[in-house]
Design a protein around this ligand. Structure first.
Ligand SMILES: Nc1nc2c(ncn2[C@@H]2O[C@H](COP(=O)(O)OP(=O)(O)OP(=O)(O)O)[C@@H](O)[C@H]2O)c(=O)[nH]1
Ligand SMILES: C[S@@+](CC[C@H](N)C(=O)[O-])C[C@H]1O[C@@H](n2cnc3c(N)ncnc32)[C@H](O)[C@@H]1O
Ligand code: SF4
Ligand code: SF4
Length: 329
């Protein structure tokens, strides 16, 4: 098992398949993109499947999420999913994506064994989308969302980050749309993980702001805390249910005490936390022909050193060197 000194056990593995992306969301990447990882530095499909196998069979991981950068840009994605679905025990598998390209791939991903998807969409307004992501692809995301739902990659969750002066007035509109389309909407507080290091605590939209805005139009009833488990999202039923809305309040209502996550970057580094400042190199072990037991040992040791939380409230907090897109959000 992947246990840490605070008694938490990591059973949820998040695998970044690439650091590249076809959008440039302002809270994540600069306009000109980043220095992408060199191809030889990326884990191969075989290396990824091997690490997932070790995680599932030797380390107690039960959930695997593929993310990035934009995971749909990884050519081998469908085959990676198919090979991971054949593992014993079979992990539950999901994908976090900007949705562009899902129209083409949703059915194949479902057949390969993917269980569900989370799609990021911050606005219903094409012009705001273009400003926020610096790309004119709004319709592609809407098409991808529909394709995911039609393919049965459900529940389809939608992740929205609200940015002051851009889309912070859209929360009720987004929720009405999500309810109509049977998507489960979650609002995410912006975190200091942007490549530009432009985050400011007093410049972000908080969970409190979001809930106040939603309550101008909906009656929200908090779900029982006991049902939350290790989920980052706190949830409310909307107008008596059955629809729900979530808020992922990493900054103002952190949930690190229940954290069950371990992360693998596209270049094979274990990260114990989104905000970790150290990484552990599994790629080097893989490429020096280490046996499975040795890789499992290194991974366990890395997780044992996991810190209590994000450290966001510490006066000495320092943003990690890698931005969200290179960590795997
Ligand atoms: N602080 C913190 N935030 C996270 C973590 N994992 C995900 N998030 C935030 O939650 C957002 C949504 O993450 P998703 O990839 O959709 O995954 P999820 O919400 O954990 O997954 P499910 O609810 O199981 O579908 C991300 O964009 C992050 O902003 C984490 O380990 N720590
Ligand atoms: C890094 S992206 C990777 C997967 C895919 N490209 C996508 O956008 O869904 C994963 C999630 O991280 C979120 N994200 C990116 N930067 C963030 C930040 N600075 N604060 C909070 N969430 C962020 C995005 O909104 C998205 O939901
Ligand atoms: S949030 Fe996702 S879609 Fe937006 S730039 Fe980052 S990796 Fe790309
Ligand atoms: S900030 Fe780190 S410790 Fe807290 S929930 Fe996220 S990954 Fe876990």
């Amino acid at each position: 098992m992947l246990t840490d000194t605070y008694g938490r056990v990591a059973t949820d593995l998040r695998v970044s398949l690439t650091d590249k992306c076809n959008l440039r969301c302002t809270y994540c990447m600069p306009e000109e993109g980043l220095q992408w990882l060199a191809k030889p530095d990326l884990l191969s499909d075989d290396e990824i499947v091997r690490l997932v196998r070790i995680a599932v069979t030797d380390l107690g991981v039960t959930e695997v999420r593929f993310t990035g950068g934009e995971p749909l840009l990884r050519p081998g994605l469908v085959s990676i999913v198919e090979r991971c679905a054949a593992l014993e025990p079979r992990p539950r598998m999901s994908l976090t994506t900007n949705g562009i390209g899902l129209k083409r791939t949703a059915a194949a991903l479902k057949s390969a064994g993917l269980d569900r998807v989370n799609v990021s969409l911050d606005t219903l307004r094409p012009d705001v989308f273009k400003t926020l992501t610096r790309r004119d692809r709004h319709q592609d995301v809407l098409d991808g969302l529909r394709a995911a739902r039609d393919a049965g990659l459900t529940p389809v969750k939608v992740n929205s980050v609200l940015m002051p002066g851009l889309n912070d007035d859209e929360a009720p509109e987004l929720l009405a749309w999500a309810v109509d389309n049977a998507y489960e909407l979650r609002f995410i507080e912006q975190m200091p993980l942007d490549a530009q290091h432009g985050w400011k605590r007093d410049g972000m939209i908080t969970a409190g702001d979001i809930l106040a805005s939603l309550r101008t139009r909906f009656t929200l009833t908090a779900e029982d805390e006991d049902t939350r488990g290790s989920a980052p999202a706190e949830r409310w039923t909307v107008d008596g249910g059955p629809h729900r809305v979530g808020v992922i309040a990493s900054v103002t209502r952190p949930f690190c005490r229940a954290c069950d996550r371990t992360r693998l970057t596209a270049d094979g580094q274990v990260r114990t936390c989104l905000f970790a400042r150290e990484e552990t190199d599994l790629r080097a072990a893989l490429r020096s022909d280490a046996p499975d037991e040795e890789i499992a040992r290194i991974w366990r040791l890395a997780m044992w050193g996991k810190k209590a939380g994000s450290g966001l409230d510490d006066p000495s907090f320092l943003q990690p060197d890698r931005p969200m897109s290179a960590i795997g959000g």
